[in-house]
Design a protein around this ligand. Structure first.
Ligand code: AR6
Length: 210
């Protein structure tokens, strides 16, 4: 361990830089993809995306962190979102938008990913959560959006499958938005290193195939 931390200051400083700035990949229509490790509540972007649940009144994980950082106005704004059926403000695969209140981000896009069952049943719902969030950002004319790894926490989605679905869905949404689409920066802000590594690998594979 001593040896590892004392050799190669050049590679150590570039690794440190990687932690804060992450990796950048080109997307269609002049947009860019940024994959970084970090806390999404600190993102200074037009919108951060919340991995919420159908009630949309807060919860654990990234949802809890976003509500704590945004302050109590966020849950009040969520409560004002009309229920589509009893106890459901945002069905799985859909998205809703609120202001960001005390967050550095201007808006919060709340979406609900699936509880993982299997790829066949869960992938369409996870893709829909990403596409709905992107569509809302495009409809509102937003430029920059930061996503967490939706469904990769308590909802149990395997990391590699989640990364493939996420990156493909973002690409599809940008294609649907067309050349004039407002979204020019899509970030994945991943809390843990294993998930960050999987997203980077998946983006590299997609770039090599393109
Ligand atoms: N910034 C970025 N990512 C984070 C942060 C953070 N501050 N905190 C956690 N993560 P989860 P889900 C990551 O469980 O699986 C809630 O109770 C975390 O490491 O938050 O979609 C909701 O109310 C993981 O990679 O969301 C729902 O009931 C990712 O965020 C349910 O959990 C998502 O983990 C949704 O489950």
């Amino acid at each position: 361990l001593m040896l590892a931390c004392c050799v190669g200051s050049a590679s150590r400083s570039s690794a440190a830089k990687d932690m804060t700035s992450g990796r950048v990949f080109p997307l269609r229509h002049g947009a860019q993809l940024v994959i970084k490790q970090g806390d999404i509540t600190q993102e200074d972007v037009d919108a951060i995306v919340n991995a919420a649940n159908e009630r949309m009144l807060g919860g654990g994980g990234v949802d809890g962190a976003i509500h704590r950082a945004a302050g109590p106005d966020l849950v009040r704004a969520c409560a004002e979102v009309p229920e589509v059926r009893r106890g459901v403000r945002c069905p799985t695969g859909e998205a809703r938008i609120t202001p960001g209140f005390r967050l550095p981000a201007r808006h919060v896009i709340h979406t609900v990913g699936p509880i993982y069952e299997n790829a066949r049943e869960s992938a369409p719902l996870l893709a829909a959560a990403y596409r709905s969030s992107m569509q809302l950002a495009l409809d509102k004319g937003l430029r920059s959006v930061s996503f967490p790894g939706i469904s990769t926490g308590v909802f149990g989605y395997p990391f590699d499958e989640a990364a493939q679905v996420a990156l493909a869905a973002v690409d599809e949404a940008l294609e649907a938005g067309g050349e004039g689409g407002s979204v020019k920066e899509v970030r994945f802000v991943l809390f843990n290193q294993p998930l960050y590594d999987v997203f980077v690998e998946t983006a590299e594979e997609r770039a090599a195939r393109a």
